[in-house]
Ligand binder design. Sequence first.
Ligand code: OAD
Length: 251
Amino acid sequence: MKEKIEIAIQILKNSRSLFILTGAGVSAESGIPTFRGKDGLWKNYSATDLATPEAFRRNPELVWEWYHWRQGIILNANPNPAHYAIVELEKRYKDFLLLTQNVDNLHQRAGSKNVLELHGNIFRARCLECNKIIHHQIEQKFNDSPHPNRLPKCSCGGLLRPDVVWFGELIPEGIWQRAMEFLSSADVAIICGTSGVVWPAAGIPEIAKNYGAKTIEINLEVTPISPLVDLSLPGKAGEILPEIVKNLPAP
Ligand code: OAD
C-alpha cells in the first residue's frame, strides 16, 4: 500500500492539472450515510418512493420529510480529513476542478472553491411554478425530531422541490459540459468514494483515460471502476488523501 501511495504522489507531483470526482464515500467519515453497501440509504429506503419526479408528484410530504431528515444529519455533521485534504490539493494546482455527486455542501464548508455539483444541493429548493431557486434549510431545532409535515412554498405561492437531481432527470445544464471541458486537458483524475454505478459519473474514468489523463481511484472496496484505472488505492479517503497531501510540496 505504501508503494501505491508513493506512485500516486509521483503522478501528482508530475501533474499540472487535477480533476477530482467524489461520491458519498467522501462524506462517510463525517457520519453521513452512503447510498449503497450494507448500511446504505437504499437498503432501508426506496429510491422510487423518494428520489424520482413521480414520487414527488405522488407524495411531496413524504419526499420532503426524507430530505429534511437528511438535512438534519448533514447539519449535525462536519467536514472530515478527506474534505480538508481536497481543499489542500486545490491550493497546489492552478488548474483544478472538483466534480461532486454529493449534495451535502461539505466540500464547500471545508473550503473547496472550484466545485461543480452534479446532483444539485440539498440546501436549495426550486419552485415548480416560477423556477426560482432559493436557499432552503430546516430549523436546527428540528434536527432530532421529525420535521413537521409542512410543504415548503415559494414567495409566488408555488410548491418548492429539493434542488437535487432525481433518478430519470437530466443533470443541471452546463455542469457536465464544463466538467468535460476541464477533463479534456487534465493530467490526472482522482475518483474517490463513489460506487461507480450511477451515470453519467460512472463513465468518467473511461472518459478521463480517453482524454489521456492518469486515473487514480480511492475506495474502501473494489468497484466497477477499479479495473479501469491506472492506480487503485484501497482504503479510507480520510486517511489516504491526507497522506498524499502530506507528501506534496507546500503550495
Ligand atoms: P454510493 O453509496 O453508491 O457509493 C459510496 C462508495 O464509497 C462505495 O463504493 C464505498 O465503498 C465507498 N466508501 C465508503 N466509505 C468510504 C471511505 N471512508 N473512503 C473511501 N470510500 C468509501 O455513493 P455514490 O457513488 O456517491 O444519486 O452514489 C452515486 C449516486 O447514487 C448518488 O449521488 C445518489 C445515489 O443514488 C441520487 O440520489 C440521484
